[in-house]
Write a new protein. Structure first.
Length: 134
């Protein structure tokens, strides 16, 4: 067997070994879309936990709860509008299969920022008269 023949066989064997390995879901666009969706669901679950903590903290204060609901409803509308803004309607189709991932990533970023905003309501700094009174 010549050296060239041995190299070709080694190359074919190594390609076959890699080709037989399963493709991880995150290595496909569908997998990346699913991973982005999972990250969004995790951020939304954390948001719900923080909202629950705020509601529990002010269970006996209907005005505080009304303001929280009003603020959250406005934020949800903002998030939906903001997540459509970067891509003009005529360009949605140009993004093709990555579009769901792009939208999920943006919504995740916005949701994580909202979680931080709401968490700040749960804590207050001594001496800061403008701090949250939640």
């Amino acid at each position: 067997m010549s050296l060239r023949h041995a190299l070709v066989l080694a190359l074919v064997a190594s390609h076959a070994a890699f080709a037989s390995e399963p493709v991880l879901p995150a290595e496909t666009q569908a997998g990346m879309n699913e991973a982005a969706g999972q990250q969004l669901r995790a951020a939304e679950a954390e948001l719900e936990r923080v909202l629950d903590a705020l509601q529990t903290k002010h269970k006996g204060n209907p005005e505080a709860l009304r303001r929280l609901r009003q603020s959250q409803a406005a934020w949800v509308a903002y998030r939906e509008a903001q997540s459509e803004l970067p891509w003009a309607p005529s360009h949605d189709n140009e993004l093709g299969s990555v579009y769901p991932m792009c939208v999920a990533n943006l919504k995740t970023h916005l949701t994580e920022a909202r979680v931080q905003e709401l968490r700040a309501l749960l804590t207050s700094e001594e001496g800061d008269v403008c701090a949250s009174h939640w």
